[in-house]
Design a protein around this ligand. Structure first.
Ligand code: ATP
Ligand code: MG
Length: 464
């Protein structure tokens, strides 16, 4: 039941309004002056306020000011004398929803109350949805300060709220799906569905019915009518992932729907119209596929209205520390584990690695480290084999110590051992050269000379 508060110093009006609204299935409370009314508003929850403007003591306008400064946020309808329109205008400026002059018509007040409640419900709903959206969107955060990533973010902001088709390209694991979702949730379609379809994961013979749906009895096994992804995505966004894998027969059908925005379900005769924004993605070079004849040229141009290419991780190395930190904190939260730290040496290995699997490979690595790591700091030795070549310690050393029947180059072996010792000493001393020198029984300048000759400073971080 909705609750109304009536603040009026005239007993007859208070009672009239109270009886009327109680009769209309409201719960009505009354206050005899501004002060008592404000006290009630602060301690109790009401859905609407009927407020007399002219009252002794704290008048109606003062009550409105107090409501604003205390952020009590309640839809208010003011009631005022016929000759006091300026106050009514002032009240509207202070946020009142409507005003009625005395003598009033009860039905008119009732109407106004209903409208105010509808609007306030809508506002609440809107607020809740926006909050939900922000929450949803924040889980799809694109991390990165490097120029290529910042350019991608700026570009998305520009194109998100258009209906144009976007073709997202980039190597595997570069964030194509993340970008597609970001586009959707930053467009005015955000409240409608984001429907993904992986063209490569669905067998060719059922892909058509996945896309367009089918009528009951359209083929063996079509026991009921089924709605396809295009219909599901109506008013929203359809994400066609791995579009490069689409079979030629479906390329024609897709082309038609992109052109005409309409289609028929498999086995159906009714033409269905939809309003769908398309974001497609591929890690294949579609231009080459067009030249090879495996992808229709006309479809390619239909899809490639807004091209968006994502950089591979090796082109945004400066973002690796940021991404590592992001994934460590996200994953620790998700797995309810203490947040790990990572040593500079380990971070160096990650920054220098080639990352063929891009951000996804990095994300998976961090997940694995968080699950397996005992202790609180990730060091190079926690990293898998493939990072070996980036580890500060040259792996040749141990092998070189085994003399093979072909003999060895003694100078090279000694050189390797020396390298190894210097790098270990620098690691142990956290890069402090004087400490490293004393670990090796050298003086500082000799160590620095050796490091220069071997250009070791480029492998290990040092401090003065
Ligand atoms: N810049 C980024 N910031 C934060 N997370 C990212 C970023 N780029 C990618 N990711 C994350 O990396 C993972 C892989 O991204 P996504 O699935 O979008 O890649 P993809 O390009 O679609 O890969 P594939 O071609 O293999 O399908 C996801 O968990 C995604 O959230
Ligand atoms: Mg993907």
């Amino acid at each position: 039941m909705q609750r109304i508060l009536i603040i009026d110093d005239e007993p007859s009006i208070r009672e009239l309004l109270k009886d009327f609204f109680t009769g209309k299935d409201f719960e009505a409370a009354t206050a005899t002056d501004g002060e008592a009314g404000l006290a009630l508003l602060k301690e109790d929850k009401f859905d609407l306020l009927l407020l007399d403007l002219m009252m002794p003591g704290i008048n109606g306008l003062d009550v409105l000011r107090e409501i604003n400064s205390e952020k009590l946020d309640i839809p208010t309808i003011v009631i005022t004398a016929r000759n006091d329109v300026p106050s009514a205008v002032e009240a509207m400026k202070l946020g009142a929803f409507d005003y009625k002059t005395k003598p009033f018509n009860l039905e008119e007040i009732h109407l106004s109350v209903k409208r105010a409640l509808d609007v306030s419900k809508l506002q609440e709903e809107n607020f809740r949805l926006r909050k939900e959206l922000r929450k949803k969107f924040s889980t799809h955060k694109i991390v990165g300060n490097s120029l290529p990533v910042q350019e991608v973010i700026k570009f998305i902001e520009k194109i998100a709220d258009t209906d144009s088709t976007v073709l997202v390209t980039g190597e595997s694991g570069t964030g194509k799906e993340l970008v597609a979702k970001t586009i959707h949730y930053n467009s005015s379609r955000a409240r409608n569905p984001f429907v993904p379809l992986n063209c490569a994961a669905i067998p060719k013979d059922i892909l058509e019915s996945e896309l367009f749906g089918h009528e009951k009895g359209a083929f063996t096994g079509a026991i009921t009518t089924r709605i396809g992804r295009f219909e599901l995505a109506n008013n929203g966004t359809l994400f066609l992932d791995e579009i490069g894998e689409l079979a030629p027969s479906l390329q024609v059908k897709l082309l038609r729907i992109l052109q005409e925005k309409e289609f028929e379900r498999v086995g159906g005769i009714k033409t269905i119209k939809v309003d769908v924004r398309i974001v497609a993605a591929t890690n294949r070079d579609l231009e080459k596929a067009v030249k090879d004849g495996t992808f229709r040229e006309d479809l390619y141009y239909r899809l490639n209205v807004i091209p968006l290419h994502l950089p591979p991780l090796r082109r945004m190395r400066e973002d690796i520390p940021l991404l590592v930190e992001h994934f460590i904190s996200e994953m620790s939260k998700r797995k309810k584990k203490e947040t790990l730290t990572i040593s500079n040496e380990a971070l160096n290995c990650l920054v220098n690695y080639k990352w063929p699997g891009n951000v996804r490979e990095l994300e998976n690595l961090i997940e694995r480290l968080i699950i397996l790591k005992e202790g609180d700091t990730i060091t190079p030795y926690d990293l898998p084999e493939r990072f070996l070549e980036n580890r500060p310690i040259p792996k040749v050393v141990t092998k070189a110590q085994l003399l093979s029947s072909e003999g060895v180059d003694m100078n090279l072996v000694l050189d390797e051992i020396e390298n190894n010792m210097i790098i270990q000493a620098l690691e142990m001393s956290k890069g402090v050269k004087s400490k490293a020198a004393s670990l090796l029984g050298l003086n500082r300048t000799t160590l620095i000379e050796k490091m220069k000759k071997k250009s070791i400073s480029s492998h290990v971080k040092t401090v003065e």
